[in-house]
Write a protein that binds this ligand. Structure first.
Ligand code: DHB
Ligand code: FE
Length: 279
């Protein structure tokens, strides 16, 4: 059967992708950010997952206010990097795993999570930046990637609890797939950040640290935290953190924290990152 061997949580700040693409990763501002992912790159190179299920949000690249799926799963063969205004990122086209993706869609929908199935979609920084952070700059991404997009852009986003339960259902769905596949789930976005309005630039290290601690050791409690607390404490875009609960729900109740990284600032945000393994 297919099984989930671990989880990765990471911010997906677009400027990180731009720094890599423009050869600025070694500059003093960026070097500490990339240094925080060195151990993670070794970890994932050793794990050699066959498939990454990558939980992220689209930032009005593939979807817009005309179409707002709460949860969408990508069933296509390939997903091109989106043009977010500066041309497409010079990164490999993402190769999907349609067979597994359709299996997951079927299982999740029959498990009462009404996924939107997307058969053509460009993927923006929310998906490509985490791949760059974890895999560097290869000619091809080393594994298949199934995009799982979550609406955290237009109110109302799904609750943390709904995300956590979706993660649990995702695990059941993966484990019902007959082929032996090693799967890693990524939860992306966050940490505290607000990109607009009078509180632009808001960072809350205390909230972020407590979130990381609770995500690891008491995810049920973190799942009960309402939207308002994220927005108040972590800024308007801090709500992206609910996506980490999907990754966490897909793992065991008890996990081993293999790696943690927290860094301020990157662009206007706090960068947070975890590598978790089932205990
Ligand atoms: C920025 C955008 C994001 O989507 C995000 O998650 C973090 C930062 C930005 O524009 O800086
Ligand atoms: Fe984002």
């Amino acid at each position: 059967m297919a099984r989930i061997i671990g989880g990765v949580a990471t911010s997906h700040v677009p400027a990180i992708g731009a720094a890599l693409d423009n050869g600025k990763a070694g500059e003093p501002y960026w070097q500490p950010v990339f240094a925080g992912y060195e151990a993670s790159k070794r970890w994932i190179a050793e794990q050699k997952p066959d498939v990454v299920i990558l939980v992220y949000n689209d930032h009005a690249s593939a979807f817009s206010l005309e179409l707002i799926p709460t949860f969408a799963i990508g069933g296509a063969d390939t997903f091109a990097p989106a043009d977010e205004g500066w041309g497409r990122r010079p990164v490999p086209v993402v190769k999907g795993h349609p067979e597994l993706a359709w299996h997951l869609a079927e299982r999740l929908i029959l498990d009462e999570f009404d996924m939107t199935i997307v058969n053509r979609m460009d993927v923006d920084h929310g998906l490509t930046v985490p791949l760059s952070l974890m895999f560097g700059q290869p000619a091809e991404w080393p594994c298949k990637v199934i995009p799982l997009a979550v609406n955290v852009v237009q109110y109302p986003p799904p609750t943390g609890n709904r995300c956590f339960r979706l993660g649990q259902a995702l695990r059941r769905a993966v484990e019902a797939y007959p082929e032996d596949l090693k799967v890693v789930v990524f939860g992306t976005g966050g940490m505290s950040h607000q990109l607009q309005g009078p509180r632009a630039g808001l960072i809350n290290r205390e909230f972020d640290t407590a979130f990381l601690d609770r995500l690891v050791s008491d995810p049920e409690a973190q799942a009960a935290v309402p939207h308002l607390e994220y927005v108040r404490e972590a800024g308007s875009e801090g709500i992206e953190l609910v996506m980490w609960l999907i990754m966490r729900g897909a793992l065991d109740a008890k996990v081993v924290e293999r790696h943690r990284f927290y860094h301020v600032p990157a662009s206007n945000t706090a960068v947070g990152h975890l590598i978790l393994e089932n205990a």
